[in-house]
Design a protein around this ligand. Structure first.
Ligand SMILES: Nc1ncnc2c1ncn2[C@@H]1O[C@H](COP(=O)(O)OP(=O)(O)OP(=O)(O)O)[C@@H](O)[C@H]1O
Length: 380
């Protein structure tokens, strides 16, 4: 496919500066009055999104991500706090004066219009000259890979193609930021995964800020430069996908993103510079950090970081004994459930590599071990 670079409009000098963030939320709160009671959908969100960033708001249903997005777009007025776009306070500026466009899960294409007409619609309304419309629509259709399908009607296209038309229609206006609310929600898994890669490519090509709302963690991990994980109207963690996955800041984030094991207790002592947590006779979990004996501690460890073996491991590793309560074959890897002496269950993923020699079976007594740096201490 041909790659072309498009310029998405010229910005005023001041907001074109790379130091001015694309989007800033400062202590934003949204309250609704519902049956005589005040509901706080968003309880105080402060965050900054850089120009050209692919930024996701991720969280379970009802956590406030759509409300946050609608305040960025201008469809909702914050009850308190401030929204700035490219250095300009837009808290009370209507959506059509905000230089952002929004793409929804329902593509809202005009059914009686061709692909070309759907994409050109906004430009025609703005009375953009025909020659420029031709150029810009052509350019956009190339970016979303729909060249040759200009004459089709939406109903003659797949869900993924329709979503690409919706994207082209939003991008052709050259907004400085694009807001996407679960845009792939209506697609089946395979198409969704293909579109995730497409969306990321398109965003890279047009180089504008994307703010993406999703409840799907793998979607957010795949595409985002940074993710804000929301829970109950607040941002629990804001970091890169890797950081959020590898170093979840709270138990909620650890539980929401992927599979995680949560182990808690009190520090029993310090050994080789690590805090040591004893779960049972002969067990010890090593944690990096500045702790003292008696400190309460909770850590998470990802299933793929744990080794399972029927022999006692050696070296400066966390070691925990247990009994295999379940083995699930998942093709690429096996998932083991291992019950510890204290009753807790730990999940372990072990890759089915060619040289995999693990033969642990249900009922086997096993050793679990992992490197100290894979134990992450978390808040509550
Ligand atoms: N207009 C409204 N009136 C009253 N309550 C509302 C209104 N809009 C949203 N809420 C409430 O605010 C909370 C956050 O809603 P929001 O739609 O932002 O969540 P969400 O994370 O986007 O969820 P979903 O993924 O289900 O869309 C929810 O508890 C919701 O019921």
């Amino acid at each position: 496919m041909t790659k072309i670079k498009v310029s998405m409009g010229t910005a005023p000098a001041v907001s074109g500066s790379p130091t001015v963030p694309a989007i800033e939320l400062d202590g934003v709160v949204k309250e609704y009055l519902s049956h005589g009671e005040v509901v706080q959908a968003v309880k105080g969100v402060t965050l900054t999104i850089a120009e050209g960033e692919f930024f996701s708001l991720l969280g379970p249903s009802g956590c406030g991500k759509t409300t946050t997005m609608r305040m960025i777009a201008g469809f909702e007025d914050p009850s308190r706090g401030r929204v700035s776009l490219h250095g300009r306070d837009v808290t009370h500026v209507p959506p059509n004066k905000r230089d952002v466009n929004m793409v929804f899960q329902s593509y809202a294409l005009f059914p009686h219009m061709s692909v070309w007409e759907n994409v050109a619609f906004g430009l025609r309304r703005k009375k953009v000259p025909d020659s420029e419309i031709k150029h810009r629509v052509g350019e956009m259709l190339e970016i979303v890979d729909l060249v040759g399908r200009e004459k089709r009607r939406p109903r003659e296209m797949s869900g993924g193609q329709q979503q690409r038309v919706a994207l082209a229609r939003a991008l052709v206006n050259r907004p400085r930021a694009l807001l996407l609310d679960e845009p792939l929600g209506a697609l089946d898994l395979k198409l969704r995964q293909a579109m995730q890669i497409e969306l990321k490519r398109i965003q890279r090509e047009v180089g504008i800020t994307f703010v993406y709302v999703t409840h799907d963690q793998s979607e957010a991990l795949t595409m985002s430069d940074r993710i804000a994980v929301m829970h109950d109207g607040l941002v629990e963690q804001l970091a890169s996908p890797r950081e959020i996955y590898e170093r979840p800041a709270t138990a909620f984030v650890a539980g929401f993103i992927g599979t995680s094991n949560l182990i808690s207790g009190t520090v029993d002592g310090i050994t080789s510079g690590f805090a040591m947590l004893k779960l049972g006779e002969g067990d010890h979990v090593l944690v990096e950090g500045d702790y003292r004996a008696g400190d309460p501690i909770a850590i998470t460890v990802r299933p793929e970081k744990i080794r399972i073996s029927t022999e006692e491991p050696t070296g400066d590793v966390s070691v925990v004994r247990g009994t295999v309560s379940e083995v699930v074959y998942l093709g690429l890897y096996n998932s083991y459930a291992v019950r510890l002496a204290n009753g807790a269950e730990v999940t372990v993923f072990q890759q089915n590599a060619l040289d995999s020699t693990s033969t642990a079976e249900r009922g086997d007594a096993v050793w679990l071990s992992w490197q100290p740096q894979h134990s992450y201490a978390i808040g509550s």
